[in-house]
Design a protein around this ligand. Structure first.
Ligand code: NAD
Ligand code: MG
Length: 385
């Protein structure tokens, strides 16, 4: 095995994936790119492979396999097609850390494979912990695998507790920008368009998480993600709206002291910290200037208007497969909204209707998550029609 840290990036063609490649490129003596993968974007995957020369690439969409294979035939790069390949490439002996930068439920299976193969996890794919947090965290513990958060809020919490692992967390505050519809009434939300929902005020991200940010589902999913990452009880997690997205989150310890992590909104920093922990590498990222932000403000989220947030707390408290059902329904709902089949307000209505009607399995094993995900998707699709 090489001296450098072998990295597999699942979802290299996405927002997190492309930024992760920039991070790796900046430290060629430290990182060794082993694997990149994409769902359907063959052109970008080919371009990335030719530029970064990984050991293996996976294109999940089997129809695009030949295109990728042909484009890379003269390179010393293994090309695989299909979903199962994701779980196989992460097992390579040369891979040290797997960055899960793919979106949605699809992250669950390869993450389990990576943990079973004792790979460190840099976790961007929050849906994996939402769907099966109990299974993932207990498997990681059993295998002695660390899960380093990439999500900016969770990276912030992690950065605040480095050196404090023996001290109890009293509570955490996850900050939320409030999204493009902060301050909107229920009536105003009825009229918002897809274009408006896709315009996040502070972050440029993939479509699914951008819509989740607008409905506050993203913050709800992050609450559940935080519970599993930091072993917290629901009452220890609070959400505070901070429109400037400078304070990335806050930890309150048992003596009342609060630590916050701050910086300009730029995902490259949390991506890099997850890959270089415990070290911090020097960067030339733009620095924060207080005079550009003379006011940092905080306000309560409007839980009456943005119902997904309370629904996430409900799912967390109800436990079992509830959050898995919520995630599956939300994936269907966001997809339907992006395809003009339902309105913005109907996303949280659909989530509520499917979650509250679902039969919940209280002590799920892997197969229960698979069937809860499938059943929830069917129920959601039926309600949409
Ligand atoms: P994105 O849509 O930009 O990219 C998704 C990537 O996953 C692409 O490479 C795509 O090819 C791949 N992919 C999509 N569906 C797949 C499937 N079914 N099977 C295999 N691969 C698939 O998404 P993103 O914004 O980069 O977000 C990725 C993850 O990171 C999400 O879980 C998101 O919540 C989380 N996250 C993103 C940001 C951000 O700034 N973008 C911040 C925090 C957390
Ligand atoms: Mg986040």
């Amino acid at each position: 095995m090489s001296e450098k840290k072998g990295i597999a990036i699942l979802g290299s063609t996405g927002s997190i994936g492309t930024q992760a490649l920039e991070v790796l490129e900046a430290y060629p003596n430290y990182f060794d790119l082993q694997v990149i993968t994409a769902n359907r974007n063959a052109d970008l995957l080919i371009e990335q492979a030719l530029k970064h020369k990984p050991n293996s690439v996976v294109i999940v969409d089997k129809d695009s396999y030949k295109k990728v294979k042909d484009a890379l035939w003269s390179e010393d790069i293994h090309v695989y097609g299909g979903e199962e390949a994701l779980s196989q490439v992460v097992e390579s002996i040369e891979v040290h850390t797997v960055l899960t930068a793919l979106v949605g439920y699809a992250g669950l299976k390869p993450t389990i494979a990576a943990i079973n193969a004792k790979k460190e996890i840099a976790l961007a794919n929050k849906e994996t912990l939402v769907v099966a947090g109990e299974l993932i965290t207990s498997l990681a513990k059993e295998k002695g695998v660390n899960i380093y958060p990439v999500d900016s809020e969770h990276s912030a919490i992690f950065q605040c507790i480095v050196g404090e692992f023996h001290n109890q967390i009293e509570k955490i505050y996850l900050t939320a920008s409030g999204g493009p519809f902060r301050g909107f009434s229920q009536e105003e939300l009825l009229k918002v368009s897809k274009e408006q929902a896709l315009k996040h005020p502070n972050w440029s991200m993939g479509a699914k998480i951008t819509i989740d940010s607008a409905t506050l589902m993203n913050k709800g999913l992050e609450v559940i993600e935080a519970k599993w990452l930091f072993n917290l009880k629901p009452e220890q997690i609070d959400v505070i709206v901070h429109p400037q997205s400078i304070v990335h989150s806050i930890v309150q310890f048992e003596d009342g002291s609060m630590k916050a992590q701050m910086g300009l909104p730029d995902m490259k920093l949390p991506i890099q910290f997850a890959l270089t922990y415990p070290d911090r590498f020097k960067t030339d990222f733009p620095r924060f200037n207080f005079m550009d932000y003379p006011e940092l403000t905080f306000e309560q989220p409007n839980r009456e208007v943005f119902k997904n947030l309370d629904l996430a707390f409900y799912a967390m408290e109800n436990a079992g497969t509830t959050a898995c059902v919520l995630n599956a329904t939300n994936e269907i709902a966001v997809d339907a909204f992006l395809n003009d089949k339902i309105s913005f307000s109907e996303i949280s209505m659909l989530n509520n209707d499917v979650v509250k009607a679902a039969k919940i399995i209280t002590k799920p094993v892997y197969e229960d998550y698979v069937s809860a995900d499938y059943t929830a998707r069917q129920s959601a699709l039926k309600l949409i029609q």
